[in-house]
Design a protein around this ligand. Structure first.
Ligand code: NAD
Length: 285
């Protein structure tokens, strides 16, 4: 079995912060890399909130010290070479933009040792869209987390035809040792299982809003009452983050979804309302 003892997370945004914290909480040292000092500072501050949420949501007892210990295993840097030099596994969680990811993998391929496994957390891209930039297609795959990973602890693991089965096995084992439930995807599928089902649903809600059928709160209310779901689509979008939503929606082939993206930008993103991370999105937190 390939050993994964040291982890680096690239991109200290919504998901990178959660992945880094959960991994450190599970006992592994984690280096968090971002291009922005400001993002790293926000990420570290957000981890203090995560520690509270772990207690509130019953992941840990109130005083077992495990969340405090997590902080001793975390370090933060804007130096990619330093972040990659000792990693057994690098998990990439940078913006959902093909060019940004391809450029990063090109640099990472030079900076990381040959044995390092690379994993993308991309929600909608295929690992095959990125593999040639990694310099190690056999050691590259997707490890896809669901937002709020400490309670929605699903991990979808998806290789390409080139991924070494031993690397898939190592990813499954890593997921299990870090408190996740791994699901292996047999064949590459944009959106895996979760987003293949969820994204069309969220965009359908976005189109209802952007085309003037109903406002977000009404749509959420109708969905929750009518389906017994605990959460409405706009509550979910606030948790996902409106920037990530915009990046995906603005690339859609569906003009109605692009209309939703434009409304999102004008009415929320340009106003600094990016979802729960910034304290306001469709709702105030
Ligand atoms: P985000 O916008 O919250 O964070 C991205 C971070 O990457 C930012 O801190 C940014 O400064 C940083 N960054 C930008 N360019 C970089 C570079 N070249 N190198 C290092 N850091 C860089 O995004 P997010 O919502 O955390 O999404 C990140 C990835 O995770 C995307 O691929 C997304 O599809 C995926 N994902 C998101 C969710 C979600 O619900 N938000 C769920 C599962 C997977």
């Amino acid at each position: 079995m390939l050993e994964i003892n040291k982890v680096s997370v690239l991109g200290a945004g919504v998901l990178g912060t959660q992945i880094a914290f959960q991994t450190a909480y599970s006992g592994l040292p984690v280096v968090v890399y971002d291009v922005s000092d400001e993002a790293l500072a926000k990420s570290e501050a957000h981890m203090t909130e995560l520690a509270q949420l772990y207690k509130q949501d019953g992941v840990v007892g109130a005083d077992d010290g495990r969340t405090d210990a997590a902080f001793t295993r975390l370090s933060f840097t804007t130096d990619l070479a330093g972040a990659a030099s000792e990693a057994d596994l690098v998990i990439e969680a940078v913006p959902e933009l093909l060019d940004v990811k391809r450029r990063l993998y090109t640099d990472l391929a030079k900076a990381a040792p040959g044995h390092t496994i690379f994993a993308t957390n991309s929600s909608t891209l295929l690992p095959s869209d990125l593999k040639e930039f990694t310099g190690r297609p056999d050691r590259f795959l997707a490890i896809h987390y669901a937002n709020l990973i400490w309670k929605r602890n699903l991990v979808e693991i998806m290789g390409t035809a080139d991924t070494d089965p031993a690397v898939v096995a190592a990813a499954v084992s890593f997921a299990e040792t870090t408190g996740m439930i791994p699901i292996e995807i047999k064949k590459e599928q944009a959106g895996y299982i979760l987003n293949s089902l969820g994204v069309p649903f969220l965009f359908a809600a976005g189109k209802l809003w952007a085309s003037g059928v109903a406002d977000p709160k009404t749509i959420d209310r109708a969905w929750k009452i009518g389906s017994l779901a605990p959460q409405g689509p706009f509550e979910a979008l606030d948790i996902i983050g409106l920037t990530t939503t915009y990046n995906i929606a603005s690339n859609s082939e569906d003009p109605g979804v692009r209309e939703f993206a434009a409304a999102l930008k004008e009415q929320y993103i340009d106003e600094g309302k990016l979802g729960t991370m910034t304290g306001e999105g469709f709702y105030k937190y």
